[in-house]
Design a binder for this molecule. Structure first.
Ligand SMILES: NC(=O)c1ccc[n+]([C@@H]2O[C@H](COP(=O)([O-])OP(=O)(O)OC[C@H]3O[C@@H](n4cnc5c(N)ncnc54)[C@H](O)[C@@H]3O)[C@@H](O)[C@H]2O)c1
Length: 247
């Protein structure tokens, strides 16, 4: 177990893709911190030594408090998974019809959140002389998916964020990578049957592997990027979509 004893924060880890990533990191020995706006503590209780922190990752003060709480309790932060985001609850519509408030909300939760968590965690990782950050983007910016312009823009920006931050802090031995999942039948998606109906079949038919993508499909790559085997990899984005888009 290559991650034994490593402290891993998973934002949005209470369900869906984040939960599967937390399961994968825990199976490799990591101590899991679930940082989520809901059900954080209940989810954390399922991991040995797990810790749950209720936090809105788009709120600067709450993020700073969350990181301080983790350091006070665990003494280190080795891994940060920036996974929290909104997706399935968003209405697909022509870009002119996206309300400005909704555009801002998507940018705050999907993108500003990563700036805030990295701003709080990277100084700690620099002091430790090591750290692994994995950001969750999406396959949508690579495919130019229409009718979700705010979402796709936020996810495209995460690729740029990953590359520039990786270059900026690489000399401190802090790694920053990204994974870009295809359409995934997560808890959030299952809560919106209309999204499943609109996208499940069309996604399967566009893939090389003709089946639904599930949260567990994303976890393996993230665990790999957090381990010693990825020590010479930074700034990269791995598309995980069953061979839909070749990146
Ligand atoms: N499901 C997909 O098809 C898909 C595809 C590509 C990328 N993604 C991305 O993967 C990530 C997880 O998606 P999912 O489908 O598993 O979602 P989900 O809705 O199942 O889970 C999202 C989690 O994030 C939490 N969260 C939301 N807003 C938060 C906030 N402000 N602060 C803290 N926690 C917050 C939720 O409480 C929830 O536990 C998202 O960033 C999403 O954009 C999803």
């Amino acid at each position: 177990m290559s991650l034994t004893g490593k402290v891993a924060i998973v934002t949005g880890g209470a369900q869906g893709i984040g939960r599967a990533i937390a399961d994968g990191l825990a199976a490799d020995g990591a101590r899991i911190v679930i940082a989520d706006i809901s059900s954080a503590k209940a989810a954390a209780e399922t991991y040995q030594g797990g810790m749950g922190v209720t936090v809105d990752v788009s709120d600067p003060e709450q993020v700073d408090v969350m990181v301080k709480t983790v350091i006070d309790e665990c003494g280190a932060i080795d891994i940060l998974i920036n996974n929290a985001g909104i997706y399935a609850s968003l209405e697909m519509r022509p870009f002119e019809q996206i309300p400005v408030d909704e555009w801002r909300k998507v940018m705050d939760i999907n993108l500003l959140s990563m700036f805030l968590t990295c701003r709080a965690v990277v100084p700690i990782m620099k002091l430790q002389g090591r750290g692994k950050i994995v950001n969750i983007s999406s396959g949508t910016p690579f495919r130019g998916v229409p009718f979700l312009l705010h979402y796709v823009t936020s996810k495209g920006a995460i690729v740029a964020f990953t590359r520039s931050l990786a270059k900026e802090i690489g000399a401190s031995n802090v790694h920053v990578n990204c994974v870009a999942p295809g359409f995934t039948v997560s808890d959030g998606v299952k809560q919106h049957p209309e999204v499943l109906e609109a996208l499940a079949e069309v996604s399967v038919s566009a893939r090389t592997f003709k089946r639904d993508q599930v949260p567990q499909d994303v976890a393996g790559a993230v665990v790999f990027l957090c381990g010693d085997g990825a020590d010479f990899i930074t700034g990269q984005t791995m598309v995980i979509d069953g061979g839909q888009y070749f990146h």
